[in-house]
Design a protein around this ligand. Structure first.
Ligand SMILES: Cc1cc2nc3c(=O)[nH]c(=O)nc-3n(C[C@H](O)[C@H](O)[C@H](O)COP(=O)(O)OP(=O)(O)OC[C@H]3O[C@@H](n4cnc5c(N)ncnc54)[C@H](O)[C@@H]3O)c2cc1C
Length: 479
């Protein structure tokens, strides 16, 4: 494969996007001797789950938790399957399991951990009349083939309503599953609900000691060792379609890439808009509608020891019902996620994070942020500062009482992203982290040799994106 100093590159497969799915697909294809070129417009790998540095301090873009945690050696689990396919040893991930998380909603606190029996006992305690239905729902989901590529997107709310009556319980179950993986307002596609049920409640959360860098370093290493070629800071500008096939892709620097196949993780509408046969406004009805804000507070403190905060993740809802849809204002602080990345069971405490961290996520309105930015940087910065304060207040109202002054005195750094940040760094239209409303599980497009992987193929999150990359590489890249 020709690379440096040439305006033409030939490869078996061009992969668009060096996020979790693109990297996993690249490893899989390179292992089977394919000449793979992986390009990303950003200057570093990881996409929605990368990392960055401000004032010498490292931040993970998006890592709260890696879902689908299972102990080493567990048979037939998504995590062990994906490690096998990528030829990664379990211990290389350096995972530490969560301690305990909770759902705070409707006056209840429902605790859960990586041991499903805790959650089951919490449901029996808070909703005794629903425990039989809950167990039947769990049994139904266990037998559901959630990864079938031809699975139908029926309503998860309708299905869950056949097992449970309490709207408060149903809403409570939807809070974590929606925030960690739904592109659909106020509902989920049933296969996605089943995937997230298993990922979060049945299996659970873990985190490598050094966060997402551990996963990305491993993926990068495996990819380059297998002979894959990476080109960063250079996106795909357009794809020339001739006779129903992608003839070549033109990169931002003018290089033409001639590849037998193209696998894109850029998003479904985003990818099709690169194609010469589609108008620039193609797919307007399938642009993701759900966007989020996240605040990150760095504390010169150990959250558990100094403040008594001992949960790993809290999913909360303070409204009368759970609204998972675009809010009318800039943010909707009535529901969201509070993550304290310090609260994992570190297998080596000497490598636990040195500083305290508090991350708070809530729904946000992309258009409102976009319009506000039109009013200038100052207005945007002011709105961000207000949103940050609001989300800090909300988080503190869900955490064990500690004087706010004490926490503020320990605050050493902060950052915040809006839907515009997500759009700018990943190209996701509308800043929609979970991508298009309607997924394309088969990953095919109307272009014979152009395929999708990642978020818009339909497997979400870190584990999901890697599984998507692997399954699309197996299905379309290795045949
Ligand atoms: C704040 C936040 C918190 C999150 N927390 C978690 C969590 O705790 N646990 C979890 O499991 N998941 C989490 N997620 C979700 C998870 O990060 C994503 O689902 C997953 O990383 C998606 O991977 P992907 O490969 O499908 O897409 P992406 O990561 O979006 O990768 C696509 C890549 O394509 C590149 N690209 C786009 N257009 C072009 C182009 N034209 N040319 C070249 N390159 C292009 C982008 O730059 C990007 O790098 C979080 C996400 C965010 C943003």
């Amino acid at each position: 494969m020709k690379t440096e100093n040439t305006k033409e590159i030939r490869a078996d497969v061009l992969i668009i996007g060096a996020g979790m799915s693109g990297l996993a697909a690249g490893i899989r294809l390179a292992h089977f001797g394919k000449k793979v070129l992986l390009v990303d417009r950003h200057y570093s790998v990881g996409g929605l789950n990368g990392f960055y540095t401000i004032d010498g301090r490292g931040y993970d873009v998006g890592l709260h938790a890696m879902t689908n945690y299972v102990p080493a050696g567990t048979k037939n689990a998504p995590l062990t399957k994906l490690l096998r396919q990528l030829r990664i040893r379990y211990d290389e991930l350096d995972l530490c399991p969560q301690r305990e998380s909770a759902i705070h909603a409707f006056g209840n606190k429902l605790r859960f951990s990586n041991d499903f029996s805790l959650f089951e006992s919490e449901i029996a305690r808070a909703f005794p009349q629903e425990i039989d239905g809950f167990r039947k729902l769990d049994e139904f989901l266990k037998n559901f083939d959630e990864t079938a590529l031809d699975a139908k997107d029926s309503s998860a709310r309708e299905c869950v309503g056949e097992f449970l009556r309490s709207r408060e319980l149903i809403d409570s179950l939807f809070i974590p599953l929606s925030f960690y993986g739904s592109s659909l307002p106020d509902d989920m596609a049933l296969p996605q609900f089943a995937i997230m049920w298993r990922s979060i409640f049945r299996e659970g959360f873990a985190r490598p000691h050094i966060g997402v860098r551990q996963i990305l370093r491993l993926l990068n290493k495996k990819f380059t060792e297998a002979g894959g070629i990476r080109k960063l800071r250079c996106g795909v500008k357009n794809i020339r379609i001739e006779g129903g096939r992608a003839a070549f892709a033109e990169l931002d620097d003018g290089t033409r890439v001639f590849a037998e196949k193209i696998l894109s993780s850029a998003g479904s509408t985003e990818t099709m808009r690169l194609c010469s046969h589609k108008p620039a406004d193609f797919g307007a009805d399938n642009i993701g509608q759900l966007a989020f804000c996240e605040t990150i507070s760095v504390l010169d403190a150990v959250p558990e020891k100094d403040f008594g905060w001992n949960e790993t993740i809290i999913f909360f809802n303070d409204a009368e019902k759970f609204n998972y849809r675009t809010p009318p204002g800039l943010i909707d602080p009535r529901s969201g996620v509070i993550c304290i990345p310090n609260n994992y069971a570190w297998s080596d405490p000497s490598r636990a994070p040195q500083e305290g961290c508090l991350r708070v996520t809530c729904l946000a309105n992309y258009t409102q942020w976009k319009n506000l930015r039109g009013n200038g940087e100052e207005a945007y910065a002011q709105a961000k500062a207000l949103a940050y304060e609001k989300l800090l207040d909300v988080a503190l109202s869900h955490l064990p009482a500690t004087s706010e002054d004490k926490i503020r005195a320990k605050l050493v750094a902060r950052d915040m992203f809006t839907p515009l940040t997500v759009e700018r760094f990943t190209g996701k239209l509308g800043g929609a982290i979970y991508g298009a409303t309607h997924k394309n599980r088969a990953g095919t497009t109307d272009v014979e040799n152009l395929f999708l992987c990642g978020t818009d193929q339909g497997f979400l999150g870190i584990t999901g994106a890697m599984l998507s990359g692997i399954s699309m590489a197996n299905l379309h890249g290795l045949t």
